[in-house]
Design a protein around this ligand. Structure first.
Ligand code: NAD
Length: 430
């Protein structure tokens, strides 16, 4: 008889109660992490994509978004959940609603659009919804690329735009290479610095291949996203050394302390990709975050560095301090470089070359960027999107506040179907 080996769960030291400094738990914080990383996620229920999108549309319509805008927001948020990036999916609903209520996310705004030369667009979002202006900007970049080979659009005075990879997907639909970046609230420490100055500033690039599955690179330029700290804080666990530093710039393993420091903007924060100092290339992650901010913040005319999402900034009476997030979008028409089929075959050759690489000991597969998300999307499209208890309860709360029904779970849908079939069968039998 083969006795299955029990999997060793690594011991993660707990934070002693006297060092609990942050209690973002239930009140302010929503569940912001991929399900697989969360010890507490009950994985209670799944919801079908259409039900989730329908719900999000109804919520944003309630808060004043025109239907088309609500659909864009819903598509972007739910696409994150579909890909298993729960930190940027419907878990964010509460924050968006707070932004609308506070007056710094403004649905239904007309954007200021300038086209100084045919290949370039310069947009002022006037505090409109991040997703709505990003949809406009990326589509504009694509149209420009069709004519000029390349389209570049910057956006200023915007809000959170969700996952960066969603926007390059729009270019992929036109068989173009897409690039998207955004700056974000300051959470990341400069190399050798001690106070968060830059956002987690993600970069995304999508490239079509002959198989139809694109290479989709989409990542933050920090070691970890904030959501990961929140999970460790919730579970009272110490973080590994190398994720964050305290207000003196020393390694810090207490997630609550770092989160509290970030909220109060007193110092400390998350390390850039590559970690602390220069030994493992932290300075290069720092450089990448700077690059994103130069294009998204400085070049666009938006906020940059620690001026992004500075809601405590002094503003003239009657005005609301806005996040002033900036984005950068680019589309490249491959046909202007070489025949599309030739490019796709070459890109496919690249993919195959990577796949065929000898596997490291104990590994079965070398992944291409985007592959894991594509597989999760297929799974979630068929079987429903898993929502943690915390997120589902938040949706119920949001629904209750505005007299809506929360989205039905897959189980509820199945029960309703079974009941309907049972009634039909009963009728037939009788
Ligand atoms: N809007 C914002 O302000 C903001 C800020 C930060 C992050 N984000 C979003 O958060 C999401 C998550 O970012 P993240 O940095 O945590 O991502 P991550 O660390 O999970 O990295 C994701 C990227 O790495 C690829 N990948 C994963 N495993 C791989 C492997 N073994 N081999 C090759 N490639 C692999 C994925 O396909 C994907 O392209 C992104 O969608 C990002 O756009 C948004």
């Amino acid at each position: 008889m083969v006795i299955p080996m029990t999997r060793q769960i690594p011991h993660i030291p707990q934070i002693p109660p006297e060092l609990w400094t942050c209690d973002l738990l239930e009140e302010d914080s929503l569940h912001e992490v991929r399900c697989v990383e969360c010890g507490k996620c009950g994985m209670a229920d799944k919801v079908y994509q259409q039900d989730l999108e329908g719900f999000v549309v109804a919520v944003f319509e309630h808060y004043g978004a025109p239907t088309r805008e609500a659909e864009i927001i819903a598509s972007n948020l739910v696409s994150a959940d579909l890909r298993g990036i729960a930190s940027h999916g419907v878990a964010r609903l509460g924050r968006y609603i707070s932004g609308i209520k506070a007056g710094y996310i403004c649905p239904g705004i007309e954007f200021g659009v300038e086209e100084p030369v045919p290949a370039i667009g310069v947009i002022d979002a006037y505090n409109g919804v991040g997703q709505v202006v990003s949809d406009k900007a990326m589509r504009m970049a694509i149209d420009k690329a069709k004519i000029n080979g390349v389209g570049l659009v910057t956006v200023k005075n915007s809000n959170h735009y969700g996952i960066a990879g969603y926007w390059v997907q729009l270019a992929l639909e036109h068989k173009m290479i897409g690039i998207s970046m955004t700056n974000a609230a300051p959470l990341v420490i400069p190399t050798h610095g001690a106070k968060a100055l830059l956002g987690t500033n993600p970069i995304a690039m999508g490239v079509p291949t002959a198989s139809g599955s694109p290479i989709l690179i989409d990542f933050a330029t920090s070691v970890v996203p904030r959501g990961k700290l929140e999970v460790y804080d919730r579970n009272r666990k110490q973080m590994p050394v190398g994720w964050t530093v305290d207000d003196k710039g020393y390694d810090c393993q207490n997630p609550g302390l770092v989160l509290r420091n970030l909220l109060d903007r007193v110092g400390g924060g998350i390390l850039p990709l590559g970690g602390r100092g220069e030994e493992f290339g932290g300075h290069k992650g720092f450089c990448m975050a700077i690059m994103v901010d130069l294009l998204c913040g400085v070049l666009s005319g938006s906020g940059y560095g620690d001026d992004v999402h500075n809601l405590k900034r002094e503003v003239p009476e009657g005005e609301v301090a806005a996040p002033r997030v900036g984005h950068f979008f680019m589309a490249l028409d491959i046909e202007k470089f070489m025949p599309l089929a030739e490019f796709e075959a070459r890109a496919q050759g690249f993919v195959d070359m990577v796949r065929e690489n000898p596997k490291a000991l104990d590994q079965e597969r070398v992944f291409l960027p985007g592959e894991k998300e594509q597989e999760r999307t297929r799974l979630h499209t068929t079987h429903g999107i898993p929502l943690s208890d915390v997120v589902y309860n938040t949706l119920r709360k949001v629904a209750g506040n505005i007299g809506l029904e929360p989205p039905p779970s897959v189980a509820e849908r199945a029960r309703a179907r079974a009941l309907a079939t049972g009634r039909k069968d009963g009728g037939d039998n009788g």
